[in-house]
Design a protein around this ligand. Structure first.
Ligand code: NAI
Ligand code: 15L
Length: 269
């Protein structure tokens, strides 16, 4: 049997929606896949190690990273939520993750960032990765923090990260907005493969989208990843007939890219 390129890939957030989708898909790349989440992940299957751990627990995250050569970081709070929860999982959690990765000599991370890091741009704007962030929520701010951790750990230690500003990765778009933000599971997997195997990535920001007809994002600064999406939201166009205007006048959930996240926060007790 030919050796797989990685010895041990760590996938955080393995019990979540995308973690469950990725669990089997990433096995071809690594001899062992270490899966982690704060929640139960079921039974370990062949080639898997399961480690239940809270990202905000520094000692546990340091141990989690032992023997890991690459990280796919999908764990954390994935929507707007009370700031205390976001602070623990997405801010302290990401800081713990980077420090542990550095201490254990991990060479590359992929960070599941989000379109909510730039959700306060308009749906009539066209963005590239060099434009300033405009978060639409405390959740979006936590993703900006993660992207800056990537920037800093690369400049300071040469630890490489691809930050994927994922649009909407679900079986199909749930509304007209997601016709622009849709990222199929196959394209997500391909983008992860490109992020792990591109020879040099430094600190890269890429927009995680399929080859959709109507787009708000330009991936010109991530061309070195070699990502070529194969799917498109166009096959779901029949679900959203053109009768409703988009963006709708006075509806900020269609005027701004972040959609309904703009209305959800901030949440302080
Ligand atoms: P999800 O909410 O289904 O999964 C996140 C997982 O993280 C959960 O299993 C949860 O138990 C775990 N988690 C939460 N707090 C934790 C903690 N303190 N310690 C350890 N684990 C913790 O979210 P989903 O949809 O699977 O997204 C995965 C990642 O991708 C998230 O970081 C999310 O922000 C990001 N993303 C997802 C998008 C999508 O369309 N699904 C779009 C943009 C970003
Ligand atoms: C995200 O960042 C969320 O994690 C996901 O649940 C979706 O809401 C997605 O963005 C989106 O904007 O559609």
């Amino acid at each position: 049997m030919t050796a797989k390129p990685f010895k041990r890939i760590l996938l955080t957030g393995a019990a979540g929606g995308l973690g469950k989708v990725l669990r089997d898909r990433i096995k071809a790349w690594s001899e062992v896949v270490r899966l982690s989440d704060i929640a139960d992940m079921g039974e370990a299957r062949s080639g898997e190690e399961l480690v239940q751990c809270d990202l905000s627990d520094k000692a546990a995250v340091l141990k989690l990273m032992e023997g890991v050569d690459a990280v796919l970081h999908f764990g954390g709070i994935s929507t707007e939520a009370p700031f205390e929860a976001i602070m623990q999982a997405n801010i302290l959690g990401v800081a713990n993750l980077y420090e542990a990765a550095h201490k254990h000599g991990v060479k590359r991370l992929v960070f599941a960032s989000s379109n909510h890091a730039i959700g306060y741009y308009r749906t009539t704007d066209m963005l590239d990765a060099n434009m300033p962030t405009r978060p639409d929520s405390m959740y979006g701010i936590s993703k900006v923090f993660g992207e800056q951790m990537s920037r800093y750990y690369y400049d300071r230690f040469g630890l490489e990260t691809v930050c994927i500003r994922i649009g909407s990765s679900f079986p199909q778009p749930a509304n007209k907005r997601m016709m622009s933000t849709y990222l199929s599971y196959d394209d997500l997997t391909e983008l992860l493969r490109c992020s792990l195997f591109a020879p040099r990535v430094g600190h890269t920001i890429v927009f995680g989208m399929s080859d959709n007809d109507s787009v708000w994002w330009d991936n010109r600064y991530a061309a070195h990843l070699g990502y070529r999406p194969k799917d498109s939201s166009s096959k779901f166009a029949h679900l959203f007939p053109d009768s409703a205007e988009f963006p709708e006048k006075d509806d900020i959930t269609t005027i701004y890219q972040g959609g309904k996240f703009l209305l959800d926060g901030p949440m302080f007790k």
